[in-house]
Design a protein around this ligand. Structure first.
Ligand code: MRU
Length: 337
């Protein structure tokens, strides 16, 4: 990859500002954990695995914040900070997973050095980032094996390098297949209202030399009816025990369309996206976002002032519509017959 979505250096966290893409490639450096929480909320860093990594680094920054503090006091502060970070966005499992994992590691610390305690947060966040890279590689390999030598993939939102610490999940499969010499072409849904498909997926696929064609979300069904799509691959924000999937709004419609047209519908996700405590997708909290994202996207008013708006950021795809889950440990069958 020619860019780093998220990295840490000298107790600073550096984010590629995804709100500026594709126009500008801007890197912002963070030392204040509250600013990082805001960056997560305004989608400067987004995509479930990247949010999990960002959450872990947010805790590392928070642990550095207080100077005149005892270890016991800092331990208590960190419990409150963990709650604050968890409140940043409600749907992606990886955020909760990242916070819980770092806090569990910190709780195990039984020394008496503030420096060691603080260092532990950075170490765990770095480990999460490295493991995410490895999980993306594994997902890529498992998924690429499913694809024929020549194929056209439809994807939604951005489940690529910009959404993870590595090569991505859904796009990781595409990069790996292309690297194996398979001829892969991609259609990317623009992904209303925030255009993660148009702005981010098209940008990163083009950066990496993958043939990509942009469509608006409403064109997907027609494209499938023309037999132009061999498989749909999307990422996930949370997968419950029964296999239901929360992902970017519009994913459910794609899964229904793929079923009707007998096109495989694959969900690519690492272990950190699976919520083993939740049985059913209907329990997943779905983030509702500001009306202006729909009525006044990117500063251009496209609906009358005062109109009522429904703006869920995610939807839930029942497991019956999923052909298979491409995970870091292998391919698991979905519930679609
Ligand atoms: O609102 P976003 O941009 O964070 O939504 C991202 C998605 O829905 C992705 O498809 C999902 O997080 C998987 S990323 C590998």
């Amino acid at each position: 990859m020619r860019f780093a979505t998220i990295r840490a250096e000298d107790k600073k966290v550096i984010l590629l500002d995804q709100t500026a893409l594709p126009e500008k490639t801007v890197y912002n450096s963070y030392t204040d954990y509250c600013d990082m929480i805001e960056a997560i909320k305004r989608l400067e860093v987004r995509g479930a695995p990247a949010i999990g990594i960002a959450a872990a680094y947010t805790l590392a920054l928070a642990a550095e914040t207080r100077v005149d503090i005892t270890l016991d006091q800092l331990r208590k502060v960190m419990i409150d900070v963990a709650c604050e970070v968890k409140n940043a966005r409600p749907t992606a499992m990886n955020l909760f997973w990242g916070v819980d994992r770092v806090m569990a590691a910190a709780q195990k610390y039984n020394g008496d050095s503030l420096d060691e305690y603080r260092h532990l947060f950075w170490g765990e966040a770095d480990a999460i980032l490295e493991e995410d890279k490895a999980m993306c590689q594994a997902i890529g390999l498992h998924g690429a094996g499913l694809l024929p030598d020549r194929c056209t993939i439809l994807t939604h939102c951005n489940a690529g390098a910009l959404a993870t610490g590595g090569i991505g999940t859904a796009l990781g499969v595409i990069y790996t297949a292309a690297e194996m010499g398979k001829q892969i072409t991609v259609y990317a849904d623009e992904t209303r209202p925030l255009l993660q498909g148009a702005r981010l997926t098209c940008w990163e696929l083009m950066q990496n030399g993958i043939d990509v064609t942009l469509i608006t979300d409403s064109m997907a069904g027609y494209l499938m009816s023309l037999a132009k799509i061999d498989a749909v691959i999307v990422g996930a924000d949370r997968i419950t025990n029964n296999g239901d999937v929360a992902n970017k709004i519009g994913t459910y419609s794609l899964a229904v369309l793929a079923g009707v047209h007998n096109i495989p519908f694959y969900v690519a996700a690492p272990a950190s996206t699976f919520d083993l405590k939740m049985d059913h997708g209907l329990e997943i909290p779905i983030e509702q976002r500001r009306a202006e994202e729909v009525t006044c996207g990117f500063g251009k008013r496209t609906a009358p002032e005062g109109v009522k708006v429904f703006n869920p950021a995610f939807d839930m795809t029942p497991h019956e519509l999923v052909s298979a889950y491409i995970t870091d440990t292998g391919v698991r069958p979905g519930g679609r017959k």
